[in-house]
Design a binder for this molecule. Structure first.
Ligand SMILES: O=C(O)CCC(=O)C(=O)O
Ligand SMILES: [Fe+2]
Length: 259
């Protein structure tokens, strides 16, 4: 964890030319330089991001994995393996909680977004770290590299700050898990507001869940009178496309799946 934190902080402190050696290119979504404020284009992006596929191992494209700092690749490789284990256990606990089977042992897709939000001293209302969204995959594990606040969650129409806890991982339920669990575990809307004084760096791991090519409520959870499907099932590709269109338009995708 410590090595991952240090490698992330060191990567973002490199000169832009060095970071751009792993810049997003072609039609891949991997690489450095992502912007998320498409939907709220009246605001300026106040963030840098590096996005990489970390699992399955054969899906990795090392061209996008920074060779600087020299510790980076090893740190991410180890961190990604550890996070895969932790997420599997968490999903196992949730499955037990719901009384459904725990699935197979195959490693599902995992990706990483590393973010850096520089401080913004003036006109903070004109910038955005990450605009409001819910995460697409099953579970998100977020590691704060420093203790700068910035993450906020929305409940009942109000935004609440999530205070960083040293040594803790923040677990967020994503849309897929909400659909799979038929709403038993709900995804939560969140955003990042840059701090006035201090920069903020995070390493965010997204764990996917496979549902046999289909995203829909687990059949084991349906059947009883009060257990009708609250979401329609759609193909995995259609789900992914729908999610990205919704993000670009700033609309909540899950609503379109609700029955
Ligand atoms: O950096 C953060 O605190 C949140 C990042 C996030 O929401 C995301 O990558 O989906
Ligand atoms: Fe997120």
């Amino acid at each position: 964890m410590q090595q991952m934190k240090e490698s992330a902080a060191q990567f973002f402190s490199l000169p832009l030319e060095t970071k751009n050696t792993v810049a997003v290119r072609g039609d891949s979504i991997q690489g450095f330089g992502h912007h998320f404020s498409g939907a709220s284009s009246d605001k300026l992006d106040w963030a840098e991001c590096l996005l990489l596929f970390t699992h399955r191992v054969q899906d990795r494209n090392m061209d996008f994995w920074p060779s600087e700092p020299p510790t980076f690749r090893h740190a991410l490789d180890r961190y990604s393996m550890e996070i895969a284990r932790v997420t599997k256990r968490l999903l196992g606990f949730m499955a037990a909680d719901l009384g459904v089977s725990d699935g197979d042992d195959a490693v599902k897709g995992q990706s990483m977004s590393m973010h850096h939000y520089p401080p913004c001293r003036r006109h903070r209302d004109k910038v955005v770290g990450i605009p409001p969204h819910t995460d697409s995959p099953a579970l998100t594990l977020l590691l704060q590299v420093d203790d700068t606040p910035g993450l906020q969650i929305r409940r009942g129409g109000r935004w609440f700050p999530v205070r960083p806890m040293p040594g803790a991982l923040l677990v967020n339920v994503g849309n897929i898990l909400e659909v799979l669990t038929n709403g038993a575990y709900g995804s939560i809307e969140h955003r990042v507001v840059p701090d006035a004084e201090r920069g903020r760096t995070t390493v965010v791991m997204f764990q996917d869940a496979s549902a046999d090519g289909l995203v829909g409520p687990l059949p084991e959870l349906l059947g009883g009178d009060d257990a009708r499907a609250r979401y329609r099932s759609i193909g995995r590709d259609e789900y992914t496309k729908g999610h990205f269109v919704a993000v670009a338009q700033g609309t909540p995708f899950l609503h379109s799946l609700k029955k």
